[in-house]
Design a protein around this ligand. Structure first.
Ligand SMILES: N[C@@H](CCC(=O)N[C@@H](CS)C(=O)NCC(=O)O)C(=O)O
Length: 208
């Protein structure tokens, strides 16, 4: 398998981390969505990452869909997400809040680096959405009594949140601060794990 995209993307990173936690070998092509768009386009006309190219040449897109494939590959005993039922729904909700948080962080970053003049309406909306999600996640993480969000083992939800938090803290440091001690502890706990230390890249934003 070939994973396309740089590890400063929270979405690419969550996929790379799942591959590592599952011990699935992969090649990495750290192509930039802007600088290497022409190389990505034949595989994914959206020119977005992550894109995961399977051994037969099929290209999977969207981190959630890619993880769904990987979960199927490793089987339900090893998968970092429940197979069905209420736990799966709750896990998907946390993943969705985390990926939405990352999405809004990316939008806000693009607004800053790609536009000559920022649109206040959009900036304020993104900031409000990021703050709202962080407030909700902080309360919920604080109430969790197990080491990870859904028990003793790390799962996709933990990884997504940690990847989103690192991205927000690098792209928008003023938005993720001491108001969020439970989330800061969650991020710190994940970032010291060997796969997180290995699969990491300082943010390198696109240039306008
Ligand atoms: N929902 C997508 C989001 C992926 C995404 O936003 N990737 C960014 C990099 S962090 C990207 O490709 N940006 C270029 C673009 O959207 O044009 C996923 O989960 O895979």
């Amino acid at each position: 398998m070939i994973l396309i995209g740089q590890y400063d993307s929270p979405f690419v990173r969550r996929v790379a981390l799942a591959l590592r936690f599952y011990d699935l070998p992969f090649e990495h092509r750290p192509w930039s969505t802007f600088g290497d768009a022409d190389k990505i386009a034949p595989l994914n006309p959206l020119r977005r990452v992550p894109t995961l190219v399977l051994d037969g040449g099929e290209a999977l897109i969207e981190s959630t869909a890619i993880l769904d494939y990987l979960d199927e590959l490793v089987g339900p005993d090893k998968a970092m997400m429940a197979e069905r039922g209420e736990t799966r729904r709750r896990q998907f909700r946390i993943c969705a809040l985390g990926s939405g948080l990352a999405d809004k962080g990316v939008s806000l970053l693009y607004e800053r680096v790609l536009r000559k003049e920022q649109l206040d309406l959009w900036v304020e909306r993104c900031r409000g959405q990021i703050g709202g999600v962080l407030d909700m996640l902080e309360k919920e993480r604080d109430a969790v009594k197990t080491p990870y969000w859904f028990g003793e083992q790390i799962g996709h939800a933990d990884i997504m949140i940690a990847c989103a938090l690192r991205f927000i803290s690098e792209a928008h440091p003023a938005l993720f601060d001491a108001r969020y001690p439970a989330l800061q502890a969650h991020a710190a706990q994940c970032e010291v794990l060997p796969p997180f230390m290995e699969i990491a890249q300082w943010l390198d934003p696109p240039k306008g």
